[in-house]
Design a protein. Structure first.
Lengths: 475, 475, 475, 475
């Protein structure tokens, strides 16, 4: 049954994860100014699902438990599921202007669905049913699931086994489960969800088979320590949790998640040493995630376009042709990326498992369009706003009894807007142009080099040679 | 019934159009070295339709005459029709590496289908049935139909009626038909087809109602004079019709088509003074044509990718990383454009007339991606080829008894290829980097400014403002 | 005589400016974690001038006081001065990776030198000698001078006089001086210097003559209030003043400077109502400042190139061809901008006042190259670094007794580097990719539209028409 | 003494080179429509030198023969010589809108000047004085000198000696001279000059020492065969030598120059087997030539800017903001390239030989800016012109008695221009957008990959690492 935000918060409030923020151990994480925005963000994924207006995108009918479920827990066995998935991503980004923390988990479940099916078929293992049970469990309980891939990696010139405990690995296989050790980084959402699914981040060779491991854990499982990222945005959010930080839902919060001898029972293990399936699991995941990411980025940029237009009105420059052109340029970048994503969905292919995967070529091409689109959007938005996007005084200055009147007067824009509203918007622009999200656009869904390598492989260059040979009558 | 190339050629051979090429009147146009490649190009659209292998894309079932027809004559009343339309465009471009001369005609018929429906509904005119009869006629006879839009325009700061006979206009309305006068330029295909449909090129005001005219004529109709474009490529094709010109199907041949008091009977007139429908007819057409154009350009670029790979092998540099990257960059540009086009199709919208129009926003965005994709492809292809792409000796030099041995020796590449094959490919590269096609990519489907204006209008910026206001709690 | 950093700090420590930071009044500004890095930054401009190694660029011989002076106080009456000026800018950016706070002041003094000369010649005023006396004063006392231009502007669709006290204006002219009111924003350096010179930010009409005002004030003058910018970086710097913030010299600190009925004696007033010279003063300033800015940005990027190379070594990927290419691409952008700046200097023109101004066309072109160069550099640097550039734990986490060992282990890179060193570098990358400096590259030296307008005016298009007419024998 | 064009033409008219054009042997080359424009082009370099107006750039004072000489024969022993050299290049490109055919020769003479000096110093050879005598000879007789570098290369994966006679080589060393065999391609100017200097095109190893050869020959020397490039533009020029081809000076004419056992006397040999100096000779040449090339390209683009402005006036769209922006964008690209070139000159370095070489880093960066600048200029120019730039009827059509009146009417633009003038300009645009010059911009001065490799080497990345280490106190 679909839960409310309230029910979700109640569930996770009971957890006692080992959490550190900027060198301090945090006990009441639910109200911490760096964590609360994340909870509000996930909370919205619950509350929107209960609203009639958003049902079409937010809710799906599960093939497995035969009831309405949150689409973030859905397995895409119809092409329409793929299309709604990318539209869902855009919707949430429009509402949040930050991460919803549920994409990676959802995308891993689908990727695992395909790969466990293939493993079982080839190796006669029984991972697929085990995964199916797990999926039913999270669907029936409407749990929030995040995902963890990125290993810390250390010296990239060395493989996992050439280094001393850098990639997450299987330390021991026991009768009732496995023990794992290592760390995952850049983990979005981590402890504010009910569950986390974990998988490898690169293709593996036999010598690295101890690193071929996928499983699910409950948040706050014993042996797991969470360290929040620390960047300037987090510092500001801690200092002034009001509108000063620009986005009420905060920036994308990620964690270093340390697994120090963590036990995982077998019914939660979905890959264990099958190293030659790590590569296809990773590429299934990245094809999906880059696809979804183009919806996510288009939604972020929707808020930048809206902010750019609003700010141009606040500054009285909305009719200048260079302003109109700069906004149109943002839209071109944004819709190129999104349309390319859509095409990947519509040209998706049904795998043997029954799950639809997006067209890999278009999915990877869309990822290469997302970064320049976000970067240009942020630059044009800051351009339209003026230098004030990083030089403005603060909410506290505005509210200060001695200087507030000056700020009130001098930060005012056109008559259509109050100073406080303009400052809120200025801080939202700061969030985009001087916050951590641009880096997210670079590395989200994998570093820029990887989609290029995929595109090179996926472009059927030899077929294209044949067109020329036929045309020119060359043997 | 589907005709063969042979039947098509036989039909058009009977026509006696008034044709001029570089200042000379041409009588036997069918064998003229500037015209024959165009006929071969259209001929292929007939022959491919007869091959089992290409049936799915080349042939459609007509809703009107209830038999298989060439897809270039099809009306898109199913979304799948739209998708096959863009794939058809890509297929032909892969096969021809030049224009197939039937896209504009096909796209005008569909645009007219929508607009005549709307006109009849609003104005109680009877254009739609008239058009339907015409469509049945060309379908039943499997006629090749081209289209004519672009007026010569003269001084663009003046409207049609402010100038002296620059745009095509209705000179007289008679009981049995109308008399038109004016000229259309950049007309692809013109006299090597059976039929040409004509429509306005811009939105019109009441004062310009004489210019609101759409109709069909048979090629070679009395009063019509055709003047072939003259560019360097045409000159070379005239001089050496062998492989020297690079593409056996030639470049995109266009004509200045002069209408000097041409009579058109009423059953071939589809718009006559309904000036306030000119704008929507134009935008229906451009939405379709820019959509189709992204398939067309992707297909052209397929031949450039193939040529780039082949040439890298001929030059022995296929493994250099910068070569691999340059080819991958071509693919990224190409597939961005095409995927964006595909999305426009998949997100197409059914009009009241029953015809599906592609999503206008993505269609226009795809047009803006096509030009940089083609330009970069041509540049990278020439880069990989070397300066020889414009400095090579000629086929005649290779065949010359005195110096042929030198050419044979010094123009040779790697052992995998003969000198003649490498020279053929070099000339094909010249065709792309130093031929008229880059200009075609700029202006095909309208000058670069127009899609930008459409995008600006189609981006729902106000909705995006609402996301930000809701997020920041701004009134 | 050249002072030391120590002497400079001693001087400014005596000042009692009205300073607010994030809503709090600050008394001991010298040790405040947001202000101290600025003082260290300016301090370096003193200490480097005393080192033999940097004398050639740091020290000039004054034409006026006939002794060695800091080049930031020099008037460029030789072309060589211009060249050394841009090299000085690059040097400081290499050393600081942030603002040195003395460029704007230096550039205003030179711009005023030209404009006061022109005013006196045309209007028979006596500003030039007054300015000369002021220049001698700051040179003889080796004072740090910053500059203030940018008005808050409010509704940009209205001129200064159409708004209620948004631009800085002359409130009253008295026998002994003038009284001014208004605010300047984005003011780099402001209160940590000895002196600030103030000038208008736009060309003015007669109705706006009250806004045509230029003058100098001592820092902390009565009636002046300083409000520090508040962005996330400042918050982090306040919270953890160690290496956590990435750059020991901090980001570019700017202030909102409020002038509430501030009295300026006549000997410090350099423009007073001469509205028709405001435009040329602004363009003289921007020509110089955009010129200097290309050196500044090249120097910033030098530190990004260095960081990118170092990080690639720390990550063990320094030999991957895509990494090498990404670094080379940064260099191309950087050197394009800088070389274009250099050309502006070498092609500089001597004004009637004796001062050399850089070639305005190349100066403006270099500004348009700086922004994409910085943006691409930051993106490539973050790309090479990995997502960790915004997701890393903090210095405090590393030093925490419970989890420090995990951070120590898992944030390690190749053997060539300690975890602390790698984390320092990661935080430096965060500074560039997720700090306020990208916005600085957008608006420093004026918003992106203004150089474009200048270029359009400066390109001698009509002369270029004549080349074509002569070539084609067109009248 | 400075010659006139007439004297130059008289001199070369006496030569009897073995010349082939499109498979035909040509005897009276001087009047051939493909060759005459080249002669006119070089002729202008003589006539301009006699005009007072251009003396400053066209004429230099020789250090060796102590009289005024054409600057294309000058050795740059003053920095000012370098600066005038690039301005000379721009001037000629403005006048010709095509190649002047004397740059490569001039740049090779300077590169050889440096390298022969170094060879003599290291190897105790006597090449430098021999070269000096040759320079005096061409200066005293005011001879036109072209240069030849580019070998045909065959399979690039093989070195010269691994292939059978692909690169030009020393076949025999005799007492009175050497015998050479091979071919040079992409040779601009070749037989319409008095003299050609020849040098290797790549760095060489000991096994390739037979290919380390530099020398001078008189045009039409026995054993040398010239084959003109054949591209579409040449075909058109042959067919209609009037204004139809767009540029009266034609496109850049290059030749395949075949050396079949050609004897060169010792006094004309400047390198013979000194393989370890081939690399530095090549880089000295390319540093100079890429430098000069930025002036050349800026001058070409000057004619495109002029054409764009003229055409916008002819089309009545000169005030549209998107047109103004497109022209401004051309200027930005053009001046970025040129200013970067200028900086290379001003930051040039004096070699031990006394010759100034441009700064290699900026020279190579300027080359990377030239290609996108030319490509964007051509695209924007074609955009402003309309599709007619490749679809217009011909001069012959305009002059045809039957259809000329139609062309006259329908190709007319605004009232400010005759149809013939507009058509001339249209054909000039075709020349740029659909001619061989874009390929020239790609490969002139070496393929795009080579400047990138130079930049990578020349960027002092290790010094930049030290800035970061010092700043962050990293060891």
């Amino acid at each position: 049954m679909l839960s409310s935000k309230q029910e979700y918060v109640k569930r996770i409030s009971k957890k006692k994860p080992a959490l550190y923020i900027n060198g301090k151990k945090i006990d009441n994480f639910v109200e911490h100014p760096n964590i609360k925005p994340m909870i509000d963000s996930i909370g919205l994924t619950y509350d929107l699902a209960l609203k009639e207006e958003f049902k079409d995108l937010m809710v799906a009918n599960s093939q497995f438990v035969n009831e309405p479920i949150n689409r973030f827990l859905h397995i895409y066995t119809e092409k329409e599921d793929l299309i709604k998935r990318i539209k869902l991503a855009r919707l949430l980004s429009q509402k949040l202007a930050t991460c919803n923390y549920r994409c990676v988990g959802c995308d891993i479940l689908n990727a695992l669905y395909v790969t466990t099916y293939d493993m079982d078929e080839t190796l006669k293992t029984t991972y697929h049913n085990r995964l199916l049970d797990y999926i039913k469990y999270v669907q029936q309980n409407d749990l929030a699931v995040s995902g963890a891939l990125t290993d810390v990696r250390g010296d990239r010139s060395k493989s996992p086994s050439q280094q001393d405990d850098m990639y997450l690995k299987i330390l021991e296989k026991k009768t009732d489960g496995i023990v794992v050790k290592g760390a995952k980084i850049c983990q979005s959402g981590a402890l504010v969800v009910d569950e986390t699914v974990v998988m490898p981040t690169i293709a593996l060779k036999e010598s690295d088979k101890a690193y071929a491991v996928a499983f699910a854990i409950e948040s706050g499982t014993e042996g797991v320590t969470y360290v929040l990222q620390n960047n300037a945005y987090e510092a500001k959010k801690r200092e002034t949790p009001g509108w000063e930080s620009g986005n009420p839902y905060g920036d994308r919060g990620t964690f270093l998640v340390i697994f120090d001898n963590v036990f995982v029972p077998w019914d939660r293990v979905f890959m264990c040493e099958e190293y030659n399936f790590a590569g296809s699991l990773v590429s299934n995941f990245t094809d999906i995630h880059r696809y979804v990411g183009s919806g996510c980025k288009a939604g972020f940029i929707d808020t930048m376009v809206g902010a750019a237009k609003l700010m141009s009105e606040y500054n009285g420059i909305q009719n200048a042709s260079h302003i109109v052109n700069k906004i149109t340029d943002i839209v071109k970048g944004q819709e190129s990326c999104y349309a390319c994503g859509l095409a990947a969905g519509y040209e998706g292919i049904k795998t043997k498992s029954g799950v639809y995967l997006p067209n890999a070529l278009y999915s990877n091409v869309s990822k290469t369009l997302g970064l320049p689109a976000i970067a240009q959007a942020a630059i044009n938005l800051a351009d339209i706003t003026g230098g004030v996007c990083v030089t403005a005084p603060s909410e506290e200055d505005l509210k200060n009894p001695e200087i507030g009147k000056y700020i009130e007067h001098y930060l005012k824009g056109s008559d259509s807007v109050t100073t406080e509203e303009r400052m809120k918007l200025i801080k939202f622009v700061e969030y985009w142009i001087a916050g951590p999200h641009l880096a997210g656009a670079i590395h989200g869904g994998g570093s820029p080099i990887t989609p290029n390598i995929f595109i090179q492989r996926l472009a059927n260059v030899d077929e294209k040679k044949s067109f020329v040979k036929e045309l020119l009558e060359i043997k």
